[in-house]
Design a binder for this molecule. Structure first.
Ligand SMILES: CC(C)[C@H](C(=O)O)[C@@H](O)C(=O)O
Ligand code: SF4
Length: 460
């Protein structure tokens, strides 16, 4: 039988199968952060169950971390407590923690791939919906709830119903100024936020094959925003090259053996998916969202649709936008380049390439937040920081930051923020804040111009 990439990885991890029922899946790598782990640790402690395989758990602090003065005690008592609990729980249970200030600290979905913790063919989970990011390596990676976190702590396994299969194909040539973020915003705008519900999605076609690992992570990251359990891309030379030499990647002969296995993973020719979509790359243009879910996206140069239904109207009212309105020249006071969607080195290179030699718009407050300490160092090593500083921007320290209002970086009520993150829900970036999702290029241009512009007219 012809198998998909998903089938191959899944089948290699089934410990036990119940006929017509759920399956017990072995989990290779469990990632944790401060938000969704405390109750799971408590549950195990109450029941007197030890962590089964602490070596397969890695922790980081990201959601509640401040992005300035990380060397000082965390001011916000709630965040301080949350971070202290994580430290205590990891110490007690022999779990490696890359806490605040550690050279490997960062957003869980940024630090694990860059350390080589994420590898093709793995099963990976985290109590965080954007765990789908790691699927960019050809692993089955998905978010789990806190009770499942406890399940994995106790058994390194999960009881699961196998999801259905979905393939999204994008073929052709992308236009200048169209980035991975635009591709996924376009796909979600076309398919809607429920198209993937009950499915695991594979992205296929030359557009994904030609993407860097950073781009693939951006795409897989947002799989959850179209409802999919996760997303994945077949591992290839780009993947192997990225993993090679990373801190926790296999080395030498062991690496070569892994590569031999990883090469067997791509979907067999002729394998059938439960659902399949095809898109033409040349139809995609730089995108922005105008509403309060990630599916409400348009080409930057388009106008807001003129639908008539209550939730659409509520969404526009929240955003203070009109049906049929163009967003070009719309004044923007806040720009956020960061989050596990777009805070990798490539994202800052793109931003720097636009910003070089220009000056920040006077009305704009911009937060440039690297996804990890390693990305932060790379930015400095590559001299991008100087470009940002000369333009009037200051780099902050790693963390989830303004992606969600769980730390000090909040967008004020009523303000618009062009953001490279993945969710534009009501209140996501702060109470009453209005989020416009975009690529790092569109975000950088907004920070320079102080308004939304047609990026394609501003490319050299
Ligand atoms: C806090 C965490 C559980 C949450 C998630 O699951 O995704 C957060 O990371 C988010 O992006 O909304
Ligand atoms: S950066 Fe945003 S989306 Fe990613 S894990 Fe943090 S809060 Fe969630």
């Amino acid at each position: 039988m012809k198998k998909t990439l998903f089938d191959k990885v899944w089948d290699a991890h089934v410990v036990k199968e119940i006929e017509n029922g759920p399956q017990i899946l072995y989990i290779d790598q469990h990632l944790i952060h401060e938000v969704t782990s405390p109750q799971a640790f408590n549950e195990l402690e109450h029941r007197g169950i030890p962590i089964f395989r602490p070596n397969q758990v890695v922790a980081t602090a990201d959601h509640n971390t401040p992005t300035i003065d990380q060397h000082l005690p965390v001011k916000d008592p709630l965040s301080r407590n949350q971070l202290a609990q994580l430290t205590k729980n990891c110490e007690k249970n022999d779990i490696t923690l890359y806490g605040l200030g550690h050279k490997y600290n960062g957003i869980v979905h940024v630090m694990a791939p860059e350390l080589g913790i994420t590898q093709p063919g793995m099963t990976m989970v985290c109590g965080d919906s954007h765990t789908s990011t790691h699927g960019a390596f050809g692993s089955i990676a998905f978010g789990i709830g806190t009770s499942q976190v406890a399940q994995v702590f106790a058994s390194q396994c999960l009881l699961l119903q196998k999801p259905k299969s979905l393939r999204v194909n994008v073929n052709g040539k992308l236009k200048p100024g169209v980035l991975a973020k635009d591709v996924i915003l376009y796909v979600i705008a076309k398919l809607g936020t429920n198209a993937g519900t009950g499915y695991f999605c594979e992205y296929a076609g030359n557009v994904f094959e030609e993407m860097s690992m950073e781009g693939r992570m951006t795409v897989c990251n947002m799989s959850i925003e179209m409802g999919a359990r996760g997303g994945m891309i077949a591992p290839d030379e780009t993947t192997f090259e990225y993993v090679k030499g990373k801190e926790f990647a296999p080395k030498g002969e062991a690496f070569e053996q892994k590569v031999t296995y990883w090469k067997t993973l791509p979907t067999d020719k002729g394998a059938v998916f439960d659902k399949e979509y095809h898109f033409d790359a040349s139809d995609i243009e730089p995108m922005i969202t105008y509403g309060t879910n990630p599916g409400m996206g348009i080409k930057v140069t388009s106008t807001i649709p003129t639908e008539s239904n209550a939730s659409f109207e509520k969404s526009l009212a929240y955003m203070n936008f009109e049906k049929g309105q163009s967003l070009i020249d719309h004044k923007i006071n806040y720009v956020f380049i960061g989050s596990c969607t777009n805070s990798r080195i490539e994202d800052f290179r793109v931003a720097a390439s636009y910003i070089k030699g220009k000056k920040k718009a006077a009305n704009v407050t911009a937060w440039f937040v690297p996804g990890s300490q390693q990305v932060a160092s790379q930015i400095v090593d590559e001299g991008l920081n100087e470009i940002f500083e000369e333009a009037g921007f200051k780099l902050r320290q790693p963390g989830c930051s303004a992606c969600l209002a769980m730390n000090d970086d909040k967008i004020p009520e009523g303000e618009y923020c062009v953001s490279t993150s993945n969710r534009n829900f009501e209140g996501r970036q702060g109470q009453g804040a209005r989020t416009i999702l975009a690529s790092p290029l569109v975000a950088a241009a907004t920070a320079i111009e102080g308004k939304i512009v047609d990026i394609t007219k501003h490319l050299n």
